[in-house]
Ligand binder design. Structure first.
Ligand code: SF4
Length: 85
């Protein structure tokens, strides 16, 4: 299973991901991003390209470690995915 996490605190709505992997990412309005966090049907190459194309590197592919760590817990910067507002 491929797990995806997007740091919505970083996401600026540039829509590069929605352009490159529309099966997974979609824009809702001008800035809100919708995505499927369990992207089993998406080609891995597309996901990797979408993550690489994100100008603010907000997309994590394979976000959950096998040992059960939370997305981004292992090596994300301080302002990573788990920060809540
Ligand atoms: S490419 Fe990055 S900044 Fe743009 S919508 Fe996707 S996640 Fe957000």
């Amino acid at each position: 299973m491929v797990r995806i996490a997007v740091d919505l605190n970083r996401c600026q709505g540039y829509a590069q991901c929605a352009f490159l992997a529309p099966e997974i990412f979609a824009m809702h309005g001008d800035e809100a991003l919708l995505y499927d966090p369990e992207a089993d049907d998406a080609p891995r190459e597309k996901l990797d390209r979408a993550a690489a194309a994100c100008p603010v590197q907000a997309i994590l592919v394979d976000a959950v470690e096998p040992g059960g760590l939370e997305p981004g817990a292992a090596d994300a910067p301080a302002e990573g995915v788990s920060r809540a507002r």
